[in-house]
Design a protein around this ligand. Structure first.
Ligand code: AMP
Length: 714
């Protein structure tokens, strides 16, 4: 359909025939320049039709594109050019002006929007990129690097092709669809925005540079352009849903989220505002061709957690422990990605590549590799994966991926800085922001230094990596073994800026208290001058705190005494008055001999007592039914249950009476979990029969003296 609309950008319209002709001319020119498969071609342009023509032209010539955002500081862009070492840079007039000074002599620079571009006279037919295969590179996208410099991730055509084909199979984009192009082209989400749309003959609605930041403007634009498909990072989705016009965006049919955790509350809000629109949560790093898992929000979603779903086609997800062994189902493990999407590694960084791209021991293919993400996740019982967080200092701020170490390193390069550390903190509105903690050399004037550091970073890092707050400290807090104690950095909040000197908790009681406060109040760190109530504490939490104190410090503090204290240090004093420090040392937990009869725990005593009072009952049952799919390996199931049985005394406990008091008896660890198999009676309807039997089992009283009985139906 050559006349179909390929691109809308402001007033500009490009049909497929026009787009193809322009991209072909550019591709012919690039081929004439000698561009070969796997060769990297840099492109530094504003969002526009030229951007799309440029990207498509590079791919058609067989090259790999390297997006260089003109909004990035020049120093970063120059580093990317040095690292990717392209021979050709495509740009436009306004981006050209952002390069002060000269560009390297050996670089051929082409302005795509020039009046009489050098490539205008080239042929318009489809070019042939000789030698191009699916194992050649499609693009190299730079992402933040912990050592102070960004790192390039080269992705191959086959990875991209797999990802886009899966997306089509999953969401079935049609020619009448209009897809928003609003993601900066230096982030890989933009790759599907561009190429899924163009592959499927749909229309790409390209948003003016910068316009995506204003939610109201964005909503109006969606309505005007008739956008059906759009991507949001969750924090942007949150502000979009706040826009007055959001609920009028009735042309939308699907919203695709990725880039950071999608909160359950936002999913519910989404259903209220846009009830007819499908919502998808996708997960994946730049290192594995955009996304590797996907989850579609069910119509009536009322869970507390939003999963990232299951692996996409030809992709394996392994949740592994630090020894690269699969973790048990339901336990947290690090996400390792295998399969078609895995990138080549990091450009010019063999050591880092070896660290993160490992041989895939679970694959039958000899050269298969897997990418170690640093993301933690666990399996839910229904097979979906739940994202849990990071195991390092990589963070996401409004969807932008940031290695905090990169900012630390850049700060450390400033002569006024002796030590610096940057953390991402939740501010009062629940949004994350970057806070830099700096120990300066000598007696710099605080305001001056902060302004200088801000300028220093702005010249070197993208604006989303420049911290919004700088805190000057006399020294960084350290743990007893001399490591940086991130938790002890002063709490975020308005007062951080005023309070220059942070008072870390001192001594065992204060540190224990600080730890308890942190857990109860959900704040990252607590200082000795902090006030429980100012940090969000309330009377219920105070009661919980005192009960925790009781179990941790083995002491009772009257509530009234607690209310009379102002700060954590005050509270510690009040406790110290009542508690000789020596008592803080808890007796070590000793393993009791299993040869002797065991005393019941308090909970067991209660259970036993109730059983005497009411007779055996099903009160303490916690029924759980699992439906297994596929062929059941009975032996494996049995061995697993036996292993659990032998490992956990509590599963084998029975309660016997000795001299009028209950004692705990243990069934033999080696005997294996009691097990009974039943045949489905002739003519029984399997599902209803299993339900009925499960219900009987659930209500069968638990015999404290005999212990458990497991039945299975096969
Ligand atoms: P990027 O390379 O910029 O795509 O960032 C990849 C990282 O973003 C992942 O390693 C995760 O830490 C995070 N991420 C991406 N998608 C999701 C998601 N749906 N839920 C939670 N975190 C995500």
């Amino acid at each position: 359909s050559p006349d179909a609309l390929a691109i809308i950008y402001g007033e500009e319209r490009l049909s497929y025939a026009e787009l193809n002709a322009r991209a072909n001319r550019l591709a012919h020119w690039l081929i004439r320049q000698g561009v070969q498969p796997d060769e990297r071609v840099a492109i530094c342009v504003e969002r526009s039709t030229h951007m799309v023509v440029g990207l498509l032209g590079i791919l058609k010539a067989g090259g790999a594109y390297v997006p260089v955002d003109p909004a990035y500081p020049e120093e970063r862009r120059r580093y990317m050019l040095k690292d990717a070492a392209p021979r050709i840079l495509l740009t436009d007039a306004s981006s050209r002006r952002t390069w002060g000074g000269t560009l390297p002599d050996e670089l051929t620079v082409l302005e795509l929007d020039a009046e009489q571009p050098a490539w205008a006279a080239q042929a318009e037919h489809n070019p042939v990129a000789h030698g191009l295969t699916s194992s050649h590179l499609a693009y190299v996208i730079y992402t933040s690097g912990s050592t102070g410099l960004p790192k390039g991730v080269p992705n191959e055509h086959r990875a991209l092709a797999n990802r886009l084909q899966w997306m089509q199979d999953a969401y079935s984009l049609q020619a009448h669809d209009v897809v928003a192009q609003k993601t900066p082209f230096s982030f890989d989400v933009s790759v599907w925005e561009f190429f899924w749309t163009l592959q499927r003959g749909a229309t790409l609605a390209v948003m003016a540079p910068g316009a995506h930041r204003d939610a109201d403007q964005l909503a109006r634009w969606i309505i005007e352009q008739g956008v059906t498909t759009i991507h949001f990072v969750p924090s942007m989705l949150g502000s979009f849903l706040e826009a007055h016009e959001a609920r009028h965006c009735t042309t939308l049919t699907r919203v695709i989220c990725s880039g950071e955790a999608l909160p359950a509350a936002m999913v519910r809000r989404f259903a209220q505002i846009l009830p007819t629109v499908a919502l998808h949560n996708l997960y994946g790093p730049t290192e594995a061709a955009i996304d590797v898992t996907a989850w579609t929000c069910p119509y009536h979603f009322d869970d507390e957690q939003v999963p990232i779903g299951r692996p996409i086609a030809n992709t394996q997800i392994y949740l592994l422990d630090p020894y690269q062994q699969p973790v048990p189902l339901g336990s947290p493990g690090e996400i390792h990605i295998g399969g078609a999407g895995v990138a080549r590694g990091y450009l010019n960084r063999p050591e880092l590549t070896d660290e993160r791209f490992l041989p895939d021991p679970f694959s039958r293919k000899a050269d298969a590799r897997m990418y170690r993400t640093g993301d933690l996740a666990k399996y839910l019982p229904n097979g979906n994966i739940l994202y849990l967080g990071r195991n390092d200092h990589q963070v996401k701020i409004r969807g932008f991926r940031i290695e905090l170490g990169e900012i630390d390193a850049r700060l450390g390069q400033h002569p006024g800085v002796r030590e610096a550390v940057v953390v991402a903190r939740d501010d009062h509105a629940g949004e994350k922001r970057l806070v830099a903690y700096v120990v300066s050399h000598g007696h710099a004037i605080a305001d001056d230094l902060v302004a200088t550091l801000r300028a220093h970073l702005s010249e070197r890092l993208p604006d989303y990596m420049v911290p919004s707050a700088f805190v000057l400290l006399d020294a960084l807090p350290l743990t007893p073994n001399g490591k940086l104690d991130r938790k002890a950095l002063p709490a975020a909040g308005g007062e951080v800026y005023a309070r220059q000197a942070y008072a870390a908790p001192q001594g065992a009681i204060e540190q224990t208290l600080a730890q308890l406060w942190q857990e109860l109040l959900g704040v990252e760190h607590v200082g000795r001058q902090d006030n429980f109530f100012a940090l969000g504490g309330h009377s219920l939490l105070a009661v919980r705190l005192l009960s925790r104190l009781r179990s941790v410090l083995r002491m009772d503090l009257p509530l009234s005494r607690f209310f009379a204290t102002r700060t954590l240090a005050d509270l510690a004093d009040a406790i110290a008055e009542q508690l000789p420090i020596a008592k803080l040392a808890m007796p070590a937990i000793m393993r009791l001999s299993r040869e002797r009869s065991l005393p019941p725990s308090f909970a067991q005593q209660r259970l036993w007592f109730l059983a005497q009072l009411e007779g055996v009952s099903a009160t303490y049952h916690m029924p759980l039914t699992l439906r297994l799919h596929g062929t059941l390996d009975v032996q494996a199931l049995r061995r697993s249950l036996d292993a659990i049985w032998s490992r956990h005394d509590s599963l084998r406990s029975t309660f016997l009476l000795a001299e009028g008091s209950p004692i705990v008896g243990l069934l033999q660890a080696e005997s294996g979990m009691p097990w009974q198999e039943e045949e489905l009676p002739d003519g029984a309807q399997p599902v209803s029969y299993v339900r009925q039997r499960a219900s009987e089992e659930i209500h069968r009283a638990f015999d404290l003296e005999q212990g458990p009985l497991i039945r299975t139906r096969l």
